[in-house]
Design a protein around this ligand. Structure first.
Ligand code: ADP
Length: 262
């Protein structure tokens, strides 16, 4: 198992400063400071209810922060325009009864690139076909998502997240998808995708995260940036209340929260 040990450097793609967010007047996140770099592979960990999804919603622009700022610096467009992001949602949020095919799911990742109600172009369909092949979904394009295995559905949704070639891909709890057989392939795919883009992987399961990431942020109401501090077994046990095998992992640059209360 190899880890990238150098802390991420250079100017960030995303800069989060003093962010706070919440619902109905209740603060869920506060004083969050974090940078995401080009080709970063950032694991966001923390207990259930700690605010990971809330942070992701803020990043995606789905939830307006109550304070602070998120500044994006897209590279590909020369610093102009929006930073492109792809998103793999949590499994629990997917309605598998929704009558939509695998191809339609993947193509929907391109709907931001066409006028509403117009058809997808042959080039876009070709792109979707390439992505389906890359995800190992050949021949399944016309299948309704309700007939897929958990792993196949996850790959279709991952295809949707990456089909537009976004600069950042955010994956929310990818380890909760059922198909364990696909896990190794998923991580291989992520490593490939990471060569061209930043990946943010959200999980309450630190075991999943540790094998993959270049840096770690822990979210439990707040989060701080601690450059290049090793994660120790003791730290993990203290913060996750569960013993974790870290033998041979050494240290890992990470970004850790301040107060933990669990
Ligand atoms: P995590 O993703 O780490 O499990 P969340 O960001 O989903 O945590 O939740 C953080 C807190 O915000 C929890 O206390 C949760 O109950 C609350 N929360 C999340 N979504 C909403 C919502 N839509 N309305 C009200 N409260 C919410």
């Amino acid at each position: 198992m190899t880890h990238h040990k150098e802390p991420m450097t250079g100017s960030p793609l995303i800069e989060i400063k003093d962010l706070s967010a919440g619902y109905d007047g209740r603060t869920v996140l506060h004083d969050v400071n974090l940078c995401v770099y080009e080709r970063d592979f950032l694991g966001i960990i923390g207990p259930n209810g700690g605010g990971k999804t809330t942070l992701v919603k803020c990043l995606l622009g789905l939830l307006k922060p109550t304070g602070g700022s998120i500044v994006c610096h897209p590279r590909r467009s020369g610093g102009e325009g929006k930073l492109t992001m792809g998103y793999l949602p949590q499994y629990s949020t997917i309605d598998r009864k929704f009558p939509i095919t695998v191809e339609e799911v993947v193509l929907s990742g391109l709907s931001g690139q066409k006028p509403l109600l117009s058809r997808f172009t042959p080039t876009q369909r070709e792109k979707a076909a390439q992505v389906m092949a890359r995800m190992g979904l050949e021949g399944l394009g016309k299948r309704a998502i309700g007939t897929l295995s958990g792993g196949q559905l996850q790959r279709a949704l991952l295809g949707r997240a990456v089909v537009s070639d976004p600069e950042v891909v955010i994956l929310d709890e990818p380890s909760t998808y059922i198909d364990k057989r696909f896990e190794a392939r998923l991580y291989q795919l992520l490593a490939e995708l990471n060569k061209e883009r930043a990946i943010i992987l959200v999980s309450h399961d630190i075991g999943t995260v540790l094998q993959q990431v270049k840096s770690i942020a822990c979210v439990n109401e707040t989060l701080d940036y601690h450059p290049d501090t090793g994660i120790t077994e003791e730290w993990l046990e203290r913060n996750f209340n569960c013993p974790i095998e870290l033998l041979g992992h050494g240290t890992l640059p990470h970004r850790v929260l301040g107060e933990h209360k669990h």
